[in-house]
Design a protein around this ligand. Structure first.
Ligand code: PNS
Length: 172
């Protein structure tokens, strides 16, 4: 999709990005995505392709799961990118990065990245506090619990749960 700067009536399009690994997408991510989609005209949820980090799901699988769980949001688009998030923002006319903050422990690193991204390219970051229900939730924990057969059904959407269960079954 080519990003257009204005809508049919000439009004500027407010566009934001939710970048992340999404390995896999959790209910915590979905909470942030849904709320960000309400705030902006267009929201890109972008999977960061990190060659130096091993992942459970391929980029294509992660995109597919994200597409399924965001199907109800007409203004959300799923993509993947390699490189700097600010370069992706520049190429796609995106002015704002949206990040969920689970706890104070997230803040130090997120602030550092936000300030770096603002310094690099003038891209601002909007911090959104996660729903407290998900303050402990992380993809890494979900993967570990699912790997050992633990119940993650309240932590991830049903399509992700199925994919995790299938993957655990393949290993046993
Ligand atoms: O879900 P994650 O792994 O916490 O997401 C981290 C992510 C992908 C949002 C962050 O690492 C990122 O923006 N990476 C893109 C590369 C980049 O721009 N790095 C410089 C940040 S100042």
């Amino acid at each position: 999709m080519t990003a257009s700067n204005s809508d049919a009536s000439g009004r500027p399009v407010r566009r934001a990005i939710c970048p992340g690994s999404f390995d896999p997408v959790t209910n915590g991510h979905l909470d942030i995505i849904g709320r960000a989609a309400d705030l902006y005209d267009e929201l890109v949820v972008a999977v960061f392709v990190n060659q130096s980090k091993s992942s459970l799901f391929t980029v294509e699988e992660r995109r597919e799961l994200l597409s399924e769980v965001t199907a109800g949001y007409p203004n959300v688009r799923i993509d993947a990118f390699e490189g700097l998030v600010v370069d992706y923002c520049r190429d796609n006319d995106i002015a704002v990065i949206v990040k969920g903050l689970r706890a104070v422990s997230d803040f130090d690193y997120e602030l550092q990245m936000a300030q770096m991204n603002r310094g690099l390219a003038g891209i601002d970051t909007l911090f959104m506090p996660t729903n407290p229900e998900y303050s402990f939730l992380a993809s890494s924990l979900v993967k570990e619990i699912a790997r050992w057969g633990g119940d993650v059904s309240k932590l991830v959407p049903p399509n992700v749960l199925k994919r995790l269960t299938d993957r655990a079954g393949e290993r046993s």
